[in-house]
Design a binder for this molecule. Structure first.
Ligand SMILES: Cc1cc2nc3c(=O)[nH]c(=O)nc-3n(C[C@H](O)[C@H](O)[C@H](O)COP(=O)(O)OP(=O)(O)OC[C@H]3O[C@@H](n4cnc5c(N)ncnc54)[C@H](O)[C@@H]3O)c2cc1C
Length: 380
């Protein structure tokens, strides 16, 4: 049996290892357009690779479909599978990392298995098109004019459009459209946002706060404690990345982001002071002069919290994940097999699945690959 995996990112590599570990007779090929496997993984978790999270509530995923996919191979099972590969992990307050806390080391471990299991890796191979021959096998045509034929299974793990410099530029969606796949609206997720209000004066300033997302009817949609980093034209930081993804996933109209800087005790203290002395000098005790001047300028009458209106998101180049992907209209949600073409499967970020920051996206790559692996093995 000959299996072609298109895309040598995390999903493709995990899938190849799972397949070969289960049945070493399968001929597994990975085709990767870059000159290295898993280029994106080096950048994950600030170089430490946040593999997963024990806090695995539905609210951290974009949809029930994504959550169900995750539940097929949850974090405990993923850790167990990694253990069988002699890859140790570490739990830091619920966040799961490779034991070495090194993405590079994790990649080296996976690459060791790719080699050991004789997975055939073709780097610098960008798929251009594919077709099915009379024997119902898949023929692949690459940009370097090389053709490789007769695959029994074709699996797309070619990611989304985020960080194209690390490989995933969305080129494969065009090929899939030619095969009549519906691609749901592709948007950058987990990225900074631009605000209607000026933030230029605060560029590079950081504040610890509760970041709250409200819709246009002032309903609180989400809140998270974290650090917000001011950019020339907006806001950044993990809590802002999460808010950005929620705005896109839930299609929130005219979103407002309110940064609550003070805890109850300090807010009360400031309010008492302000009521008594009618000036906001008291804020000098909380902020440096740059922040103080900004607050005086923009928040004279309401300086307990800072309100921003979402203007737009940063681009795919600045985003950690792609919202949207190959639609479940064309894919069986349980097996991840195509409804359009037999023996074609999808795993990872190419699908219309995503999660918030904290390991949820790599867990989705792993669990979707696990589902595809099990369903391919059923054909044996
Ligand atoms: C900076 C950054 C930090 C992140 N940190 C974390 C984190 O700590 N935890 C977490 O859970 N998630 C994190 N993510 C998200 C996570 O890395 C991705 O969701 C995940 O790596 C997606 O894996 P994938 O294999 O599905 O797709 P990708 O990693 O995008 O891999 C797809 C591969 O397919 C190849 N390809 C594309 N088109 C073709 C073609 N035509 N022919 C051949 N090959 C092709 C690409 O070159 C690429 O190598 C982070 C993302 C970024 C950008």
């Amino acid at each position: 049996m000959k299996v072609a995996i298109i895309g040598g990112g995390y999903s493709g590599v995990i899938l190849s290892i799972l397949l070969k570990k289960q049945n070493n007779d399968i001929d597994v090929y990975i085709f990767e357009k870059e000159n290295k496997l898993m280029k994106k993984i080096y950048a994950t978790g600030n170089g430490r690779c946040n593999l997963g999270n024990f806090n695995d509530n539905l609210k951290f995923f974009n949809s029930i479909e994504a959550y169900r996919i995750y539940k097929n191979c949850d974090i405990n099972k993923q850790i167990h599978i990694l253990k069988e590969l002699n890859i140790a992990t570490r739990n830091i307050q619920g966040y799961v990392y490779p034991f070495s806390l090194s993405a590079k080391n994790y990649i080296e471990n996976l690459e060791f298995w790719v080699k050991k299991l004789n997975i055939k890796v073709y780097l610098n191979h960008k798929l251009k098109s594919y077709n099915q021959n009379v024997l119902k096998k898949y023929n692949l045509i690459f940009e370097n004019y090389l053709n490789i034929d007769d695959f029994d299974f074709l699996i797309f793990t070619s990611g989304g459009k985020s960080t194209p410099n690390l490989g995933s530029d969305g080129n494969l969606f065009n090929i899939l459209k030619e095969h009549f796949y519906t691609i749901s609206n592709l948007q950058p997720g987990l990225c900074p946002i631009k605000t209607l209000e000026s933030t230029k004066e605060l560029k590079n300033e950081r504040i610890k706060c509760k970041a709250c997302l409200y819709d246009n009817s002032s309903n609180l949609i989400y809140s998270e404690d974290g650090e917000v980093i001011f950019k020339e034209d907006g806001l950044s930081g993990i809590c802002i990345f999460n808010i950005e993804s929620i705005i896109k996933n839930k299609n929130i109209q005219s979103p407002k982001i309110i940064l609550k800087v003070f805890d109850e005790e300090n807010e009360k203290m400031i309010k008492n002071y302000y009521t008594k002395y009618k000036n906001i000098e008291v804020l000098h005790g909380f902020f440096d002069s740059r922040m103080f001047n900004y607050i005086i300028k923009y928040y004279k009458n309401n300086f307990y919290q800072f309100e921003f209106s979402y203007a737009e998101s940063y681009s795919f180049s600045d985003s950690q994940v792609t919202i949207g992907g190959v639609s479940f209209l064309n894919i069986n949600k349980d097996t991840l097999e195509s409804k359009i073409e037999k023996n074609v499967y999808f795993a990872g970020e190419i699908l219309d699945i995503n999660g918030l920051c904290g390991g949820y996206n790599l867990m989705l790559c792993f669990s979707s690959s696990y589902i595809v692996c099990n369903n391919i093995l059923k054909h044996l």
